[in-house]
Unconditional design. Structure first.
Length: 444
């Protein structure tokens, strides 16, 4: 049975990785893989309460999905009301090196609040307005991809993997930001500094792309209000969790509800505007990327199936016996995340290593090693960094990279030759900095 389940997972993973070649959405393979694994478990595992375990795992998975649906709706609401144009229109510099640094820092901090894919789309579309030469624009885009992935890794709401770790209690928002902000910043600054040597001169006028305009019926004041309300709502979530102890998705639902009420009041007061052009939440929510939500559902439940079958505990035992060093394990996961999706990798690690409590650490043969798996331990912080930043090593290693590849038609080989080494240097520098924090600041 175990062999069959592992083969199903590997086959499903290969199909997901070859999505662009097969031309079938990866969500379809994730759902098939999930259903097949749990069917085999139900028929052959011999467990008396397999349905109860399935419901338990589904509950944990749905917490993440509800959070993502709320966050995606808020981001789409900001976008449909032209909120992001307020940010981009304030970029006035024409020096290319200064522009590259400015875009890198804006992307880094914007990605910490929004998801890295949305941030990349916004920045690349704005970049088209400023840089006419395609190869030069590819250099800027490479830096944007790195900055988006690095920016998402230090925030509890910046990436799906950090959301997962935060919601399950593996890390807290304070520790994640305190310990990873500087390493993530370094992992962006080093590639940006090296890339800045490749651009020269000033930005000329680009005729092909017109300036962004606000949607019909949305004035600057309304657009600014939705932007501020959305960002405040997203930042409210970790504060809400800290104050109440309730799951993060509850704070996200409150934020979405408040923004929903606010926009409805504004639209009800607007007269003379056709209903069809009003971007109400009820309309925006229909445009959520449901294939992505279904992909997360399928892949997380498939990994849960591996956990239920005992595959992940066996893998953890193998690594503990043969590697027994958290920096090596997490670094390898980061490199692997440049080839395969980081969500199932992080989910697998969470299944392999439950959060260690004080009793578990005290009873362990090697308490110092086991302490790395406690809440806010070295391993979980390393995993958040490596899984997020490691996705920049290849253009296909992250959602930000894939969307940039599609928008700018960047060649896989060109990115590998010109950007991968820069990303690797930043990745290694960040890990070294976390190691120094581990040695000097008493990180467990």
């Amino acid at each position: 049975m175990i062999t069959t389940i592992v083969l199903m997972f590997v086959l499903g993973y290969v199909c997901i990785a070859l999505e662009h070649k097969i031309k079938i959405d990866k969500a379809a393979f994730a759902l098939l893989m999930c259903g097949a694994i749990w069917t085999v478990l139900s028929v052959f595992s011999g467990k008396p309460d397999i349905e109860g375990e399935l419901v338990s795992y589904l509950g944990d998975t749905c917490e993440t999905l509800i959070f993502l649906i709320g966050a995606m709706t808020i981001v789409d609401l900001i976008d449909t009301h032209g909120g992001f144009s307020i940010i981009t229109e304030h970029i006035t510099t024409r020096d290319k090196r200064r522009l590259l640094w400015l875009l890198a820092f804006i992307t880094f901090f914007m990605s910490a609040v929004l998801d890295n894919m949305t941030t990349t789309i916004i920045m690349v579309m704005m970049l088209r307005r400023l840089i006419s030469d395609q190869r030069e624009r590819w250099i800027f885009t490479g830096v944007i991809v790195i900055a988006a992935n690095s920016g998402g890794a230090w925030s509890p709401i910046g990436d799906v993997t950090t959301i997962m770790l935060w919601m399950r209690g593996n890390v807290t928002a304070g520790a994640l930001s305190a310990y990873l902000l500087l390493p993530c910043l370094v992992s962006m600054i080093i590639p940006a500094a090296l890339a800045s040597r490749l651009v020269h001169g000033t930005v000329g006028h680009v005729e092909a792309v017109a300036a962004d305009t606000l949607p019909e019926g949305v004035g600057p004041r309304f657009s600014r209000g939705v932007l501020i309300g959305g960002i405040v709502g997203l930042l409210f979530v970790p504060v809400f969790k800290s104050l109440t102890g309730l799951p993060p998705y509850m704070g996200m639902l409150i934020s979405l509800g408040a923004l929903w009420v606010g926009t409805e009041i504004v639209y009800d007061r607007k007269r003379g505007i056709e209903e069809s052009i009003k971007n109400r939440v009820a309309k925006v929510v229909k445009h959520i990327d449901m294939p992505t939500i279904l992909f997360f559902l399928g892949i997380l439940m498939a990994v849960s199936g591996l956990q239920c079958a005992g595959v992940l505990s066996e893998a953890a035992h193998f690594l503990d016996t043969n590697v027994h060093e958290v920096f090596s394990i997490a670094s390898a996961v980061g490199i692997l995340s440049s080839v395969v999706d980081n969500v199932p990798l992080v989910a697998a690690c969470m299944g392999m290593y439950p959060v260690a409590d004080a009793a578990t650490i005290a009873a362990a043969v090697d308490p110092a090693y086991m302490a790395a798996f406690a809440a806010d331990g070295t391993f979980w912080l390393l995993l958040a960094f490596c899984a997020g930043v490691g996705g920049s090593l290849l253009i296909i290693g992250s959602a930000a990279g894939v969307v940039a590849m599609g928008l700018e038609r960047i060649d896989f080989g060109w990115y590998f030759r010109h950007v991968s080494l820069l990303a690797l240097l930043g990745y290694v520098a960040g890990i070294v900095l976390i190691l120094l924090e581990h040695l000097l600041m008493g990180l467990a």
